[in-house]
Design a protein around this ligand. Sequence first.
Ligand code: MYA
Length: 625
Amino acid sequence: MLNTYNKSLLQSLCSRIKSKQCQRSLASPAASVSPRKAEKSPEVKRAPETLSFVMNLFRGRAILDQVFPYPLNLNDDRREMLQMVLSPTEKFLAEVNNPFENDEKSEISKDVLKQFAELGAFGAVVPEELEGAGLNNTQMARLAEVVGANDLGLGVVMGAHQSIGYKGILLFGSDELKRKYLPDLATGRKFAAFCLTEPSSGSDANSIQSQAVKSPDGKHYIINGSKIWISNGGFADVFTVFAQTPIKKPDGTTRNQVSAFVVERAFGGVTSGPPEKKMGIKGSNTAEVYFEDVKVPVENLLGQEGEGFKVAMNILNNGRFGIPAACTGAMKYCIQKTIDHVTTRVQFGKKLYEFGNVQEKVTDMIVRHYATESIVYMLASNMDAGVQDYQLEAAIGKVFASDNAWHVCDEAIQLHGGMGFMKECGLERVLRDLRIFRIFEGANDVMRLFVALTGAQFAGKHLQQLQKEIQSVNLSALFGELKRQVIPAVGADIGQVLHPSLKQHGTDVTKTIAAFGSTVDKLLKKHRKGIIDRQYELIRVANAAIDIYAMVAVLSRCSYTLNKSGNAPHEQKIAELFVKQASARAQENLRQAVNVGDDHIALISKIATDVFGHKAMIQQHPVDV
Ligand code: MYA
């Protein structure tokens, strides 16, 4: 059966995954939880290895280095430092910032932003020597959570500024660029924005049209182009701008490739459109930004010329935990309001909380919040620990949090009944604010496909290696791989590393991981290169991956709490319920991914193409038949 792999198809399938993160050689991890080293075979090029839990999931392997024990690690100094930032921030949010007013006026006043800046909120992760607060990602997540619970619009001003606006300078800037820009940005004396999206380029970020051409003297790039929906775009002073640059290839041809630049409004030629009228996050400014013959010094190039797409992706990956953190805060706000409501409101002679359906809904909200929070701090802590391969985990965090926050807020409104629909209740604003979180910083549909395809390509690369090993008659490696395919979850039984009271759940999740691996295997064997176009299956694979990662985060966190405090009955129940629900969802998604018939997909496609062909819905109205 293995011989049915067509070498060229697999090569093509795998050619998209050349990510340096994957190719990094890895420090030798603990034997019980590390990827097994395949036997040495000089003639076979090794497939990339990674300790990313989600990536390895696609090979049906439970690699636990980044997920067990729960990686949260804040020492006493860091906890104290965090409290010193959180206390005044909470006071500011309660007493100074007014989310209702910001929403009504579609603006956050300069004075409010100035007071927020004085708390260090705009330079949270900038080192102290550059006038920042020197927080790590875990501390930053906690701060974003508190801001998100109060005002997502303010969170977007903050996030657009530091999570992506000037993050490129922090990650890729030279020491001179850091010294030149970061002190003003970290203190809020200046504001930053991230300029990637264009009228013809949204999710397809590589297709931007803006141009950056070197001046004849080689000292500047001249940038022309226009960007849309830029958060902070109306008032930012410093922009991270992506534009196509002509790159000479070794064969003498020239090809456009994206490069990244730090651009100051003060360079001249930078103008902004009026504030966009939006559904939510109205307090944050969103505007078009135009670049007309803007002269940018060559020193302001971020990363290498032509490597700007990777710069953009790395900035987005790095900042992506801000969204789930802010969503966690918003969920907490919605849940607390709902608890207050259902414990006081009487209908049909009973307090609302006494009804089974109300209990089910509130419990569901709590469970979703717990799972989201577990992912946020797993991700942020791993980033603090120096993990580099977190692109899939970050995408999952963003998708899981924004979808669940939307659901939780919607249910909070439902449980408030008519009151929830009224402005003064405060929930309708949160719902409007939350809607964009499923779209910006990578639309959730695209992020799902990104997770599924990147994972499938990683697994495919290993299959390609296997095929080469077969060709080179490396029988011991072959034997090892065959064993891996028969017992896919060879990494570890998660039950073994958990607190004893969670053991059975861990073992169940391990089985789901094995089922996940064999599903991916079946899909790769069936569709080969064509997997790229099997979006019905890919979306379901992504959904299963998301649920598995969430289950592991939940169990790991609950185990951490149990080990630390000895007793956590409430958390245990939450973890148990989440694992039950998420396991069932994951298994159903996997079942659908392999069992869907071509006739079913053809039916979906036919209905859609009939409609698109007519550019309108074409069923007859019952009144007219
Ligand atoms: S900003 C705009 C946001 N825009 C996006 O996020 C764009 C989404 N699109 C994409 O991510 C990419 O275009 C996709 C791939 C994923 C669709 N990490 O051929 P490819 C590598 C690392 O697959 P494409 C906004 O919304 C890949 O391996 N590497 O590319 C502001 C390959 O490498 P190689 C990656 O099909 C909102 C190469 O790139 C990644 O074109 C304001 C090409 O890959 C990745 N992720 O597209 C928010 N993806 O060449 C405010 C691809 O080596 C913040 N690659 O094989 C709010 C915060 C809230 C509060 C916070 C409080 C602080």
